[in-house]
Ligand binder design. Structure first.
Ligand code: GLN
Length: 193
């Protein structure tokens, strides 16, 4: 059972991507929903709103505890902003669990959203040379800290990273029908893709 944070954003697309792979999911809307899940998806959306809803719902500590306790996480776009150590443009508080710095909306406004080719930089982790990257008002990773592996890049920018059991994509693999990123996440859960 994989939890999908369902406070706001494109959680339904993540549910569909999991179900296509035969993985059952549960919507996470309160701290109790985190109990008994094998992994967690933090979807894309609007990180400011998600953060506010997390705080209002008193979920921040439970989420921080679960992730720092080793719960495998797939964070996409706004989800990466929630986890990052440092958020700029504009600055925003975050959970500080992923050792990266991110600048929000760094590729431009909604009209600059794009589907582009990404180069895989770690073939041991992802057995393909390229990936499709759907970018929607995406953040840019501006600093990569210790223990964070870069798995794919858009030009010079790291866009797919792994820190232990946290897999972070600044793009939207759930919107690409056969994305190997989802398969890698399932592997982190100890499930075969
Ligand atoms: N621009 C959004 C933010 O800063 C992220 C966009 C997304 O998740 N697709 O929160």
């Amino acid at each position: 059972m994989v939890g999908v944070l369902a406070l706001q954003g494109d959680f339904a697309a993540h549910e569909a991507a999991l179900h296509r792979r035969g993985v059952p999911s549960r919507r996470v809307r309160r701290s109790q929903d985190l109990e008994g899940i094998a992994g967690l998806v933090l979807p894309g959306g609007e990180s400011t709103t998600m953060l506010k809803l997390l705080q209002d719902g008193g979920m921040e500590d439970a989420l921080r505890g679960a992730v720092s306790g080793g719960l495998p996480v797939l964070a996409t776009c706004a989800g990466v902003i929630l986890l990052a150590e440092e958020v700029t443009n504009p600055p925003q508080p975050s959970l500080g669990l992923l050792r990266v710095g991110v600048a929000r909306n760094a590729y431009g406004r909604q009209v600059a959203s794009t589907v582009t080719r990404l180069v895989v930089t770690d073939r041991d982790e992802l057995p393909v040379s390229e990936l499709e990257g759907v970018f929607i008002r995406a953040p840019r990773v501006v600093r990569v800290g210790e223990g964070v592996k870069v798995l794919a890049k858009r030009g010079e920018d790291p866009v797919l990273l792994r820190q232990g059991t946290i897999l972070a994509a600044t793009f939207h693999p759930e919107l690409s029908p056969h994305s190997p990123v989802l398969d890698l996440f399932l592997k982190l859960l100890g499930r075969d893709a």
